[in-house]
Write a protein that binds this ligand. Structure first.
Ligand SMILES: N[C@@H](CCC(=O)N[C@@H](CS)C(=O)NCC(=O)O)C(=O)O
Length: 254
């Protein structure tokens, strides 16, 4: 089966889809897009603009949960859905909770701080691209940043509520992880994958993505905000133990 992931390299929902493909060891291509220029490409595929999108033998599957559902049906092993119906129901409920209640708010809180340093933000977002693309993207980034602020409703008055959602997510994993660190049942599942990938913004574990150095003051301040929460330790540990190596058919691993 030919698999192509149309994605943003710098994005937690996209990381969720990447991790699922890598966990199942499925060789795939990644077509990395930049926020802004992605609009016509993704619109042509799905009629919307959100990534990730998976193209499997010509079939277009949009959204991280639908992608995991598709992969689980086509390539059931290793499983991300628990076999026991009760655990499966719970794991999917945890996925829904993080997808719908935590992911977008966590992104909003993160970008509200991170975009303060536009130069560094543009470098991170375009890091996987060649020097010329990076330079051009950096030049146009003030306009892209304005669009991002509008699209994600990055208004300072939302910062506290967005941080409260991050805290809710971190509290959830700290309180619900069992003795082996699993959120549901006795094995790694879609629940752990979803929670860790959508909360990775609080720590940027090295297995998730490599950030350009030196880091901006804005990014350091954001990471310091979360570093002592026990949920952050869970995210880092889950990545260390369970993040599979990339199965992408590209050299840059973006
Ligand atoms: N519920 C969706 C959320 C996807 C999402 O929010 N994608 C963002 C990147 S993190 C995106 O592509 N934003 C650009 C846009 O909507 O134009 C999923 O699980 O895949």
């Amino acid at each position: 089966m030919s698999l192509e992931l149309v994605q943003f390299a710098f994005s937690h929902y996209n990381e969720k889809a990447r991790w699922a493909l890598d966990y199942k060891g499925l060789a795939h291509r990644r077509r990395s897009l930049l926020p802004g220029p992605h609009v016509p490409v993704v619109k042509r595929l799905t009629g919307k603009t959100e990534t990730p999108v998976l193209i499997a033998d010509g079939q277009v599957i949009a959204g991280s949960a639908a992608i995991i559902d598709f992969l689980e049906a086509e390539h059931p092993s290793p499983a991300l859905y628990p076999a026991l119906p009760e655990w499966r129901r719970k794991a999917l409920e945890v996925q829904r909770f993080f997808d719908e209640e935590i992911g977008a708010e966590a992104r909003r809180a993160f970008f509200l701080e991170f975009l303060a340093d536009g130069g560094y933000a543009a470098r991170c977002i375009a890091d996987a691209f060649g020097g010329v693309t990076r330079a051009l993207y950096g030049l146009g980034f003030p306009i892209t940043r304005m669009i991002m602020r509008k699209q994600m409703e990055l208004r300072p008055e939302f910062f506290d509520q967005a941080c409260a959602a991050v805290r809710r997510g971190l509290d959830f994993v700290a309180e619900n992880a069992g003795p082996d660190g699993f959120l549901v049942g006795d094995a790694f599942s879609v629940a752990d994958l979803t929670a860790a990938s959508l909360l990775q913004l609080v720590a940027f574990p090295p297995e998730a993505m490599r950030l350009p150095e030196p880091r901006s003051k804005a990014l350091k301040g954001w990471l310091e905000r979360w570093q002592d929460h026990p949920g952050t330790a869970w995210v880092i540990q889950t990545y260390r133990v369970h993040r599979s190596p990339s199965a992408a058919l590209v050299a840059d691993d973006s």
